[in-house]
Design a protein around this ligand. Sequence first.
Ligand code: DAK
Length: 258
Amino acid sequence: METLRISNSDGVARITISREKALNALNTQVLDELNVAIDEIDKDKSIRVLVITGQGEKAFVAGADIKEISDLTSETAKAFAEKGQKVFRRLEVLKCPVIAAVNGFALGGGLELALSCDFIVASENAIFGLPEVTLGLIPGFGGTQRLSRIVSPSTARRLIYTGEKLDAKKAYEIGLVTEVVPQEELFKVVDKITGKISALAPVAIAHAKEAIDRGLDHILDEALHLERDFFASLYRTKDVREGTRAFIEKRKPNFVGA
Ligand code: DAK
């Protein structure tokens, strides 16, 4: 991989987008490599949680690569949107949780990437925005849809129509990020979260993830039906026996992931 650095230890994988000179902007190569990385992570059953971040202290990802998108035609733009949307959707439906660790600019396609993750942990210097309208565009990697599902639709409209940038504090206030931490503590906090998740029952977490993702697009009665089915199917796993027994026996559970 030329544009990504990938690590994997103790069930926690990390993808670092590494085009620091271009503030980690997303070009076709990054999207293609992300697609391959997701293939590998999807196959590796030992991975319990994935962290996505950007190389360096200045940017998570400063958007789609403007040099590359400036030359697109309507046809190639459609193919580029399809590629980006497909990769981000694959990330969104990965079995394991995906955390965006945002350390600096998360603009345009960068924010769209973070929105495809399960949640966003931001450092104090993080800056968010969907400035596509300032380029005569709209978000093309899912931003119009995901932002309006995560923050209120009117807040999403305001941000998308003005292209305004938000600091981390404001992003927290509107519910875009779950926490804001000092920059030097970003990975300490993320490690703590991934440590907790990776010690838990992965099938239960995968089911919770799928229930939330699929449930959001169903009416409540159908979504509750879905939750019921997932809940019931967990009784076929060893981990539910282990988790409940460990509680009764006042000991720590040892989940096996089955
Ligand atoms: N693309 C390419 N290069 C970028 C870049 C980007 N998005 N952002 C920064 N860079 C490069 C700069 O050109 C500069 O390169 P050199 O000039 O040194 O070669 C280097 O990174 C450092 O940037 P600056 O010198 O500008 O650094 P500053 O600290 O002064 O400013 C900044 C940082 C983040 C405020 C500024 O770089 C900036 O405004 N960047 C652009 C942010 C932005 O507008 N991002 C794009 C959002 S629009 C589509 C699907 C999706 C999209 C589009 C189409 N289709 C399906 C067709 C998505 C669009 C977007 O993401």
